[in-house]
Design a protein. Structure first.
Lengths: 189, 243, 228
């Protein structure tokens, strides 16, 4: 068991965003998280990552979880190479960052301020593959990606499920049916 | 600025928070933040300008006789440093909040103490040069004698360390709050009174040519403050920052 | 201080503390005014019957805030945060009383309202810390983050007391020597004065306990309204 949520609820102010939800994720599993805007998908991902604490209930995690926000966040004054090297060092890992950047068609020495949103999304995926977490938590990973980027995304998600568990929030049903083993539907308001 | 080498990181997964790994991560984080700050430029330059203008105006207000200026110099030096550095303190976490990367930092494996120490070191990188500049300006504008430079350095180091240990903690605590620029000095100043008093007295003692044994008491007080607040902040930081 | 079944109204103990405190307050006042005047200071010394209990309870209250802040950080139980908050608020009132009475006493005695004397300065610093404590609480909307941040300020602020005291003491040292020296246990005071002082201390303590319990209950109701 990589991740287990037991009867969690989350409230912001007076608003309950998530009510009494239970969920479990196994290694080798990909789960699509679908639901309309405001149904709590991002909140749920952040709860799974441990970036938020549930108002009620418990979250148990084994191994490392990483969360990919939408849009992805980077230091704009660093280049892709610098950013990845720092990330690898902070996480105590090594990896072929040059090869990964080449595979995703990204320049090494351009400040990230000059990256388009699609390039940033690609870089975020490169970062995830290099850091290789046990639990991948992705918030709308398909947005801003072109056809080639989308194909790369599907490729790495398939690679990821071999050794990890994946939860992705998405509005893209085609993507969900292509990569996910099951779907978790969050009801709207 | 040259990139620091990111060499072999051979660590057991899940235990990267300890030992050499942690020291290296702290150093890298401080170095990275310094690069970000230098490349951003705007923040640093405005603090330097503010700082110089403040010292200049105080010298004008208290001058022009040499003796009262020299008497006032240590007090002015540390008050200017305290004000100037609150402007820099919020930077430690503002860098992360502006770029939205604080979450990435919080998701790194191991404890979160290393983030505190990394940010602390970054603050020291910014503040030590600033305090040296302040010392030189005080020498020029306030006739502060610099003949006991080494003890003066020690006072600066101890004082700045004490100040930064609290400032970094509060900057992290307030990182995501909107009113942080106003709240930080408010919370900070009431805590760092002992640092400012001890540092001013030590500096004054050095300027007036007191024997080092008498200055030593103040250094000890600074050291006690530094140790107490470094420990307390490092212990509280992970609790306050998580989730 | 609040049982599992969250009560809607103050329990008996709270009423007892508050009732006794308020009932005995005039008695304390009578004792204070009936006590013999001081040999040196004359009638002026009577301000002590307000000043000393105010200062003691202010420090006690902030110490309680410090303890409950620590407890909150370790246990994450909102109850601890409410007690810390209540105690800090009451502490601020008592501390304010001590500062004002102190200044009123200082003017005829030392000729100035304010001096940079260690105990005075330390108290003023502590007062400022807790003003910051409430401003911080006001600035944070998320209840959990608010509690954590406030706890950190409550802890660091209190750790600062001995260090501030030392630094100001060395920096400049004219306060009235303490009347009750806790380290040696020697008491330099007329028995009648001491009785009046201890009685007032008791009254203030009862009021403190009553107020804190009452305030913590209000905090429960506030939290419930925030959630509902």
């Amino acid at each position: 068991m990589l991740l287990r949520l037991q009867g969690i609820s989350k409230r912001f102010g007076r608003e309950w965003v998530i009510r009494n939800l239970s969920f479990a994720l196994e290694r080798g599993e990909t789960v699509a998280l679908v639901g309309p805007n405001g149904s709590g998908k991002t909140t749920l991902l952040r709860l799974m990552a441990g970036l938020l604490k549930p108002t009620r209930g418990r979250v148990e995690r084994e191994g490392r979880a990483l969360f990919l926000p939408n849009p992805p966040a980077f230091h704009r004054h660093l280049t892709a190479r610098e950013h990845l090297l720092y990330d690898l060092a902070f996480h105590g890992r090594e990896g072929d960052w040059q090869g990964a950047l080449r595979r995703f068609g990204l320049p090494e020495e351009v400040p990230l301020a000059a990256f388009s949103s699609g390039m940033k999304k690609r870089l975020a995926l490169v970062r995830l593959t290099l850091l290789a977490p046990d639990v991948w938590l992705l918030d709308e990973p398909e947005t801003a990606l072109d056809g080639e980027g989308r194909a790369l995304l599907i490729g790495i998600l398939r690679e990821a499920r071999r050794s990890a568990g994946v939860v992705l929030a998405t509005h893209d049903r085609a993507l969900a049916s292509e990569v996910a083993d099951r779907t978790l539907v969050l009801g709207g308001v | 600025m040259r990139a620091p080498r990111v060499g072999k990181a051979v660590q057991a997964p899940g235990r990267d928070g300890e030992g050499m790994g942690a020291v290296r991560r702290i150093w890298l984080l401080a170095w990275r933040d310094l690069r970000l700050e230098v490349r951003d430029r705007a923040g640093l330059l405005s603090v330097l300008a503010f700082f110089s203008v403040m010292l200049f105006i105080m010298a004008l207000a208290l001058g022009p006789e040499e003796e009262p200026l020299r008497r006032a110099a240590p007090g002015v030096l540390w008050v200017a440093l305290a004000f100037g550095s609150t402007l820099l303190s919020t930077r430690a976490f503002a860098l992360e909040v502006e770029d939205g990367t604080l979450d990435d930092l919080l998701l790194t494996p191991g404890g979160k103490e290393w983030i505190y120490f990394g940010k602390l070191l970054f603050q020291m990188f910014l503040l030590l040069p600033l305090s040296l500049l302040a010392l030189l300006m005080a020498a020029g504008l306030f006739y502060l004698p610099l003949d006991r430079l080494l003890p003066l350095f020690l006072t600066l180091l101890l004082g700045v360390l004490g100040y930064t240990s609290v400032a970094t903690f509060y900057a992290g605590l307030l990182a995501r709050l909107r009113g942080r620029e106003v709240l930080l000095p408010l919370l900070l100043f009431s805590l760092v009174v002992p640092v400012v008093l001890a540092a001013v007295r030590a500096t004054l003692g050095l300027v007036e040519g007191l024997p080092l044994e008498e200055v030593q008491n103040w250094w000890q007080l600074l050291l006690v403050f530094d140790v107490v607040y470094l420990t307390a902040s490092a212990l509280l930081f992970p609790v306050v920052l998580e989730g | 201080m609040l049982k599992t079944a969250q009560p809607e109204r103050p329990d008996t103990l709270t009423w007892v503390f508050l009732g006794l405190g308020l009932l005995l307050l005039p008695v304390g006042l009578y004792l204070a005014l009936a006590a013999p005047p001081d040999v040196n200071q004359g009638y002026l010394a009577r301000i002590m019957y307000l000043h000393v209990p105010g200062a003691w309870l202010g420090y006690l209250a902030f110490f309680v805030t410090f303890l409950y802040s620590l407890l909150y950080l370790f246990r994450q139980n909102p109850r601890y945060d409410r007690v810390a908050l209540a105690s800090a608020e009451i502490g601020l009132v008592f501390m304010g009383l001590a500062l004002v009475t102190g200044m009123l006493w200082a003017r005829p005695t030392w000729g100035v309202y304010w001096t940079w004397e260690p105990r005075l300065t330390t108290t003023a610093i502590l007062f400022a810390v807790y003003v910051g404590y409430f401003l911080l609480r006001g600035a944070i909307e998320d209840p959990e983050l608010r509690a954590k941040a406030a706890a950190a300020v409550g802890i660091l602020g209190f750790i600062n007391v001995p260090i501030s005291y030392m630094s100001v003491k060395w920096w400049r040292s004219l306060h009235q020597t303490q009347s009750i020296d806790l380290t040696t246990g020697k008491i330099h005071m007329d028995p009648a004065m001491l009785q009046a002082l201890l009685f007032n201390l008791l009254v203030f303590t009862l009021l403190y306990l009553g107020f804190v319990r009452f305030r913590a209950l209000l905090a429960v109701l506030e939290a419930r309204r925030e959630e509902a």
